[in-house]
Design a protein around this ligand. Structure first.
Ligand code: PHE
Length: 351
């Protein structure tokens, strides 16, 4: 018997009986406050009053009280746990979820292979000092065609089968989905004074019967550098660095003459076929030629420089346009461009 209250056994019996009767979360919380509350819980008060007990009993009494406190805390915890389990079970009867199972992790997302490739290309040119510039996907025919030297009835318009916007302006169709990013050569020059060094990433659209190498939507990266004294060798050096960064340090490049109305001279750049190494076999990528065409480029036509309000006697420039899907196909050996936009996760998850 300790002074000023019930014996330990009695205390224990009372507390456990009260806990057994405490029904519901609120009653349990009250019980806890009554017995174990920090300020005036019954056990807390008894522990605090230990100092008043006769010296020779103090140690043994303290030990018993502490053991009782630990017991009550344990019992309380067990009741709480019990209540939680029953609550969960009640949610769905027999098929209660097993809350001890580890959670399901969210699947990790990833960037689309075309986005990854575009980002890598942009990074290479950004390092070389090209700024990123963007233009509209719904474009004026005046920019998409006329400003880049493709007037109406010019046979070169047939190079880009166009998806037109039906809206008539003064009785004419004047808007379209841009067929290439080249109109942004003009837009970029209009917005700043030379020197200009920009890349323009973006989606382009063509009225196209799709096949393994043609899609009606494609991604291009346009490049434009205009300054005093820009020469063909600058174009070659820039694209050479690009090809090696993307396709391997031992890449060789070759320029074939080509025609685009907005450049003079115009070229197609090819890289040596890193798949068959020109061994004469029936390589599907280079068709046995040993060279893979990757982009169109050339020296900006003086008329384009003038159209943008620059002085073509002082300023020269180069431009290029890369098809990003094509780069991605070469990079990963993808044989059909249509895979990119069919949203088949089995394909997309590979990159
Ligand atoms: N705009 C051209 C195309 O879509 C590519 C190109 C860009 C060629 C710049 C030369 C210079 O095919």
């Amino acid at each position: 018997m300790d002074a000023g209250g019930a014996g330990i056994d009695e205390l224990r019996a009372q507390a456990l009986a009260a806990l057994a009767e405490a029904d519901g979360a609120e009653a349990r919380a009250d019980w806890r406050a009554h017995w174990l509350g920090r300020g005036d819980g019954r056990l807390t008060l008894r522990l605090r009053a230990l100092g008043d007990a006769p010296r020779e009993e103090r140690a043994a009494l303290g030990k018993e009280l502490n053991e009782l406190k630990a017991l009550l805390e344990r019992e309380f915890g067990a009741r709480e746990e019990d209540a939680r389990t029953r609550a969960v079970a009640a949610l769905s009867g027999e098929a209660a979820p097993d809350v001890t199972l580890p959670g399901r992790p969210w699947p990790a997302g990833r960037l689309h292979p075309v986005t990854q490739t575009l980002n890598d290309c942009v990074a290479v040119f950004a390092e070389m000092g090209f700024r990123t510039f963007e233009g509209p996907e719904v474009e004026w025919a005046a920019y998409n065609f006329d400003a880049v030297r493709i007037p109406e009835d010019h046979p070169a318009r047939d190079m880009w089968d166009t998806i037109w916007i039906d809206t008539l302006i003064k009785g004419e169709r004047r808007m379209l989905l841009r067929t290439h990013t080249s109109p942004n050569q003009i837009r970029a020059m209009e917005r700043s004074e030379p020197p200009v060094r920009v890349i323009v990433p973006g989606k382009c659209y063509r009225q196209e019967a799709t096949d393994a190498t043609h899609e009606w939507m494609l991604t291009q990266l346009e490049g434009l550098a205009v300054d005093e004294g820009v020469r063909m060798s600058d174009l070659k050096g820039t694209l050479y660095a690009f090809a090696r960064r993307l396709f391997g340090e031992d890449r060789e490049i070759i320029f074939h003459h080509s025609y685009f109305p907005f450049v003079e001279p115009g070229v197609e750049m090819a890289i040596d076929c890193f798949l068959c190494r020109a061994d004469g076999s029936a390589c599907r990528t280079c068709h046995g030629t040993g060279w893979i065409e990757v982009l169109g480029a050339g020296m900006v036509h003086p008329e384009i420089i003038e159209n943008a309000g620059y002085d073509s006697a002082r300023h020269t420039g180069f431009a290029f346009g890369v098809g990003i899907e094509r780069v991605a196909m070469l990079r990963w050996g993808i044989e059909d461009i249509r895979h990119f936009y069919q949203n088949d996760l089995r394909f997309l998850r590979q990159f």
